[in-house]
Design a protein around this ligand. Structure first.
Ligand SMILES: C[S@@+](CC[C@H](N)C(=O)[O-])C[C@H]1O[C@@H](n2cnc3c(N)ncnc32)[C@H](O)[C@@H]1O
Length: 227
């Protein structure tokens, strides 16, 4: 996969606003579902945290949890820090610069690991999943949110038209048309459902399960670290 950190550095300032516009505000419910799926936990790592939306949802859902968010984009981390400070969550959410392929944490440190709309943007998704397994304790849980092509053959062409044409047009309002075109076009070629579940199994997660959200435009994958 190509390196996408520079692309996200360009998008950082408008990222939250564009997400809400493009998803008609549904994206918040996907992250809430992810936070619920990992179950009650004390130490959580959110990889490719971006503007810390998942960290914030996990903090709200699990009041005893301490969360670490990691992202290679210093711009994203700066925005995430401002947001968590404004919400008074800076004592519970730590933000760190770094990549999924080389997590700067010791083995078995976390009870749960999350990644939302990030695994597709890593350079090496399998290595990233293996790193997430490494920093999880045995039986610790993983939750992954990722876009997918809907399996319904009537809805799928409508959705792909929206992704290929409307999303880049919305991106152009903020001067980011090519970036949003790339993001939309990378969805069909990324492993989804059974194929992604196989990657999770290769990385050491059992049993990989998945749930379709919003007519299958997003898939939530979950599992636990095999002991
Ligand atoms: C689509 S955003 C998702 C942000 C956030 N998780 C959310 O739910 O909105 C993808 C993020 O992946 C980050 N990213 C790109 N390459 C990465 C890598 N190799 N390791 C970890 N994160 C990466 C980008 O900087 C960006 O913040």
């Amino acid at each position: 996969m190509p390196e996408t950190e520079p692309l996200f550095t360009k998008l950082a300032g408008n990222y939250d606003r564009l997400n809400s516009i493009c998803s008609l505000g549904i994206d918040a419910s996907w992250r809430k579902r992810l936070a619920a799926e990992i179950g009650q936990c004390q130490r959580v790592l959110d990889v490719a945290t971006g503007t810390a939306e998942v960290c914030i949802e996990v903090a709200r859902k699990w009041p005893d949890a301490k969360i670490t968010g990691i992202d290679p984009s210093s711009h994203m981390i700066r925005i995430a820090e401002e947001k968590t400070r404004k919400l008074g969550l800076e004592g519970r959410i730590d933000l760190v610069e770094g990549s999924a392929e080389n997590l700067p944490f010791e083995d078995g440190l976390f009870d749960a690991v999350t990644i939302a709309f990030g695994i597709r943007n890593t350079v090496d998704p399998l290595l990233s999943l293996r790193e997430m397994a490494r920093v999880l304790r045995p039986s610790g849980s993983i939750g992954v949110l990722e876009f997918a092509v809907p399996s319904n053959s009537l809805f799928s062409p409508i959705y792909m038209f929206y992704m290929r044409n409307v999303i880049p047009l919305l991106g152009s309002i903020f001067g980011c048309r090519p970036e949003y075109r790339y993001l939309a076009e990378s969805i069909p070629s990324f492993p989804q459902r059974t194929e992604f579940a196989e990657l999770m199994r290769d990385a050491g997660f059992e049993p990989p399960r998945w749930f379709e959200l919003t007519l299958g435009i997003v898939v939530l994958y979950s599992g636990v670290k095999a002991s």
